[in-house]
Ligand binder design. Sequence first.
Ligand code: NAG
Ligand code: NAG
Ligand code: NAG
Ligand code: NAG
Ligand code: NAG
Ligand code: NAG
Ligand code: NAG
Ligand code: NAG
Ligand code: NAG
Ligand code: NAG
Length: 757
Amino acid sequence: MAFSFSLFILFLSNLLCPAISQESNSGSLQTYIVHVQQPPGAATLFSFKDREKWYRSFLSAETAGLRESRMIYSYSSVISGFAARLTEEELSHMKNKSGFTDAYLDRILPLQTTHTPSFLGLHRDAPGLWKDSNYGRGVIIGVLDTGIASNHASFSDEGMPSPPAKWEGYCKFNASNCNNKLIGAREFLTGSNAMQTPTDRRKLRGSTNDTNGHGTHTASTAAGMFVNNASVNGLAKGTASGVAPYAHLAIYKVCTGDGSCAESDILAGMDAAVEDGVDLMSLSIGGPSTAFDRDSIAIGAFGAIQKGILVSCAAGNDGPEHGTLSNEAPWILTVGASTMDRLIQTTVTLGDNDEINGESAYEPNNFSSTPLPLIYPGILGGRQAGFCDNSSLDDIDVRGKIVVCDDGWIDDVSKGEIVKNAGGLGMIVANLMVEGFTTFSYTHVLPTSHVSYSDGQRIKAYINSASAPNASITFKGTVIGTKPAPAVAYFSSRGPSQADPNILKPDVIGPGVNVLAAWPFEVGASGTRARFNIISGTSMATPHLSGIAALLKSMHPDWSPAAIKSAIMTTADLTANDGNPITDETSNPADFFGIGAGHVNVLKASDPGLVYDIKPDDYLAYLCGLRYTDRQVSIIARRAVRCSNVGSMAGKDLNYPSFMVFLNATNNYMVEVTRTVTNVGAASSTYTVQSRTSSKGVKVDVKPMVLSFTKANERLQYNVTFSSSGISGGKYFQGYLMWISSDNSTTVGSPIVIAVV
Ligand SMILES: *[C@@H]1O[C@H](CO)[C@@H](O)[C@H](O)[C@H]1NC(C)=O
Ligand SMILES: *[C@@H]1O[C@H](CO)[C@@H](O)[C@H](O)[C@H]1NC(C)=O
Ligand SMILES: *[C@@H]1O[C@H](CO)[C@@H](O)[C@H](O)[C@H]1NC(C)=O
Ligand SMILES: *[C@@H]1O[C@H](CO)[C@@H](O)[C@H](O)[C@H]1NC(C)=O
Ligand SMILES: *[C@@H]1O[C@H](CO)[C@@H](O)[C@H](O)[C@H]1NC(C)=O
Ligand SMILES: *[C@@H]1O[C@H](CO)[C@@H](O)[C@H](O)[C@H]1NC(C)=O
Ligand SMILES: *[C@@H]1O[C@H](CO)[C@@H](O)[C@H](O)[C@H]1NC(C)=O
Ligand SMILES: *[C@@H]1O[C@H](CO)[C@@H](O)[C@H](O)[C@H]1NC(C)=O
Ligand SMILES: *[C@@H]1O[C@H](CO)[C@@H](O)[C@H](O)[C@H]1NC(C)=O
Ligand SMILES: *[C@@H]1O[C@H](CO)[C@@H](O)[C@H](O)[C@H]1NC(C)=O
């Protein structure tokens, strides 16, 4: 897909940049993340001082005088190792030291609401999950992002209790930025800084203030306080709040204002969050697929789940092609993005009276509905002009006209500025084919309607056929209840997982298109400016899931990260609000590589009946089963692991709440897997299984077909046999397995993907 790179950039403009390797710009020094064994025999006296001494012993003697400055971070909780500035020679010297395990270059990873809570079934002051979960009271969400606009109304602590006694975090630069809502704010930018030229270094440091907007938006989405009258340009008006409005927020600024996040800084933030005592971590950050022992977020997340801390991460914005995921480790909650049932509607009426609906978050009430000449510069000026790129309109007279611009290349608001500067009066943004039906409500600078690819084609066909094409744009305001919703956004990254195809990913989808949340700066046309903004991305879906996990944690403090994940996945919805299967940007049903287990259903997730639990140590046998070496597994485990001792487990056998199996001649087109479910519902309960597949040629047999529990937390096993006969290879088939309680009140569902090779 030739344009995927540019789409990726323009979609969240500066919030999203491709992962790049660090360029050395200070002589031959580069930052390495170094993994080392724990010192021999030091397990019991592994104090802060001992650790520092041990880590420093890996730096070469020649840099003895510089040791302090070469060491960027000395990690303690989520990795056994440190980050340091090294020459290649120093690195190869270090590799010879006993206790050294691995080192890799630090990399930059990209960052990837009024209406959302009620779309998710959360209603203020009404009985239901919000009340039952105390709105997330007592739970601490750690948000690793671009910092925070601490003076925003969304971070008021009115009615908030003090942080729990275990809390050890703080506000680094200015204690008066903290309150009972915002209980911590720390900055970790040493790694990013080291990659800058010396003159740029100073600009980055010394504040947890969010100069980007992304971090303020994600934090307020997870746990923003109720704010009345939130809107953008007077649109999408309502009471804004996060998903868990009474949860506490701890901010770890690990990304710079331009949205780049160094892995060494992310690890430092995760390390600090664990020590401070967060209950959950939310990371709307992610790079390309990486082996788990070289994936800093995966390594940090493993340290976190060992302490009972769930880590929720963005699936990435590289869709809609398959195999484009970030954050694939099975111990992470991987979140894709979908649309909501709210539209800020605009209607284009063509000269032939064809009416086409689109959207925009700028709807001035003084725009005339008289038809204006309609022009598509792509016809006159070639492909580049079709994007309304700067200067491409120089030779085209758009004055007094409505201009059709193809989506892509540059961001949509900038296109509007270019059209306006060239004298255009209105703009229609037409999706590229790959973007299908996913459209955005942005705060444009002139009357605009963003339309789907097929509607764009209709408009262009009309322009080609009419002698004097014309159109008008009218505004319909905020429309709630549009169907179908949710639908998978075109940009949401898709499975299969490249790091391990045996685990079905993403795990779940949540709202990530046109999300209104807090913003550090005022946005909008004069007269309606407010500190809220509408943006989109798997970055926006992730904090929704983090907030939901906080509600579940508040109700069920004893649930493990795997149990919370399971509850979210087995209760997710497969159908949209029109009763049909959830679709994707093509308006055809989405596959499980798009929706994972489905769209999160908060109410059901709070009472899942059964959960698929996984102990942190089970992942070690899983990694051995992936044929990771003892050394690689030890890096992730932060202790010496021998696969010959922990055993080896195939990915299909990990007690995951979904199924991904490969049938081939080697296994005679038959695979059996075992799952264990834990009863977290009524002590005495009976479940019966139902299963189905997309083809008669692939079969799913479950044994036993009835599970009868007599105690709370009782664990029972069942086996599933997947088989195929007479099916030609090279295809994916889908299926679904569901345990239903005898009173039909509770269903425990798992998506199935069967690859016949
Ligand atoms: C590392 O050790 C190997 C063999 O033990 C030796 O040949 C090599 O010179 C050493 N390299 C450094 C940089 O000390
Ligand atoms: C600390 O924050 C408070 C409240 O935001 C502000 O009034 C004060 O000026 C800040 N102090 C410093 C030293 O920046
Ligand atoms: C935070 O950054 C924004 C944008 O640079 C600036 O307008 C604001 O004054 C800063 N706030 C504080 C408290 O430093
Ligand atoms: C909301 O804002 C409008 C003006 O934009 C004002 O008239 C109204 O009183 C505000 N409502 C609340 C609850 O603050
Ligand atoms: C708009 O175009 C239609 C044909 O597409 C034409 O009949 C009509 O007269 C035009 N209106 C104006 C105001 O140019
Ligand atoms: C409509 O109102 C906006 C904002 O008040 C103003 O900038 C613009 O010039 C007005 N447009 C027309 C056509 O009056
Ligand atoms: C377009 O180009 C002009 C002149 O090069 C420049 O001043 C302007 O900022 C550019 N606009 C955008 C939106 O890039
Ligand atoms: C068949 O699938 C198994 C995993 O179930 C795999 O280990 C094996 O390599 C596959 N064989 C072929 C020929 O693809
Ligand atoms: C499930 O499979 C395992 C391993 O093959 C076997 O030990 C167990 O008895 C089976 N359980 C059932 C209920 O069939
Ligand atoms: C549960 O649903 C099944 C199938 O729809 C139905 O046959 C059965 O009677 C229901 N059981 C209860 C207790 O409602």
